[in-house]
Design a protein around this ligand. Structure first.
Ligand code: MN
Length: 249
């Protein structure tokens, strides 16, 4: 099995190292291909207006079956270049992100976008994220779950245009739940400040809205469960076609 590992926190993140090491135990070959600097919330952007560098990167204590490359681009760029330059993998995995990707986070997440890019290329893909809390980051639960899940994904495949979004809670998960995407979002809080030249500038710095929807990703992770959400690239709202036709009459 060949696995391509990417993320949006960058090639030097402890989260991608934990995931790549886990994959090295179950795969013949692992290619880590990740941004050279953090690209969180970069979404599914690809770089088409300037050239990209794909640079072999020395990381300490990597097993022989893992090679690392950094790209001066987005997570989606990394998947495109990794598939082109390293190999066509059996599975693309992304993460382990420092911070959960729940509800509408999915639409901004570079971690999830790397899995989306793999899916658009017809490769089964899975994104992993870990909620960050007060306690020290512990990737071990998500990493050992990835070792269980990824061989199954490689063996069974996933339905067309479908990928998996996996989130882990702070600490040891009580169990793993199957969960829907929630409507969790961020309250639109924009902070306005003034630069040394007297010009205004802004930080988008929202607070999480959370969600109380039962069976949702947000509830699962908040209650201490890991969760998996199957996502689909076809965002067509099919049941709305009938009403939409009325708009045109
Ligand atoms: Mn991130």
């Amino acid at each position: 099995m060949k696995v391509l590992v990417s993320n949006d926190d960058g090639i030097f993140s402890p989260g991608i190292l934990a995931l790549a090491l886990a994959m090295s135990e179950i795969a013949d070959e692992v290619a880590m291909v990740a941004p050279d600097v953090e690209q969180s919330a970069s979404g599914h952007a690809i770089t088409v207006r300037h050239p990209l560098r794909y640079t072999a990167t020395k990381l300490e204590n990597l097993p022989d079956n893992v090679k690392a490359y950094r790209v001066d681009g987005t997570p989606a760029d990394c998947v495109v270049l990794g598939v082109h330059n390293a190999f066509r993998p059996d599975v693309v995995v992304s993460g382990i992100n420092l911070g959960s990707n729940l509800g509408y986070d999915i639409t901004h997440s570079g971690t999830v976008a790397a899995a989306m890019e793999g899916t658009t290329m017809g490769i089964p893909s899975v994104a992993f994220s870990l909620r960050t809390g007060e306690s020290e980051l512990n990737f071990s639960h998500a990493a050992s779950f990835a070792k269980q899940l990824i061989p199954e994904v490689a063996k069974r495949g996933l339905p067309a245009r479908t990928f998996l979004n996996v989130n882990f809670p702070v600490g040891k998960p009580k169990d793993v739940r199957l969960a829907r995407q929630s409507t969790h979002s961020w309250e639109d809080s924009v902070i306005k400040r003034e630069d040394p030249n007297g010009q205004d500038y802004y930080w988008i710095a929202g607070k999480p809205t959370g969600s109380d929807e039962p069976d949702s990703d947000y509830i699962a992770v908040s209650q201490g469960y890991a969760c998996i959400t199957p996502l689909h690239l076809d965002m067509t709202h099919s049941s709305f076609f009938a009403n939409l036709a009325d708009y045109l009459e």
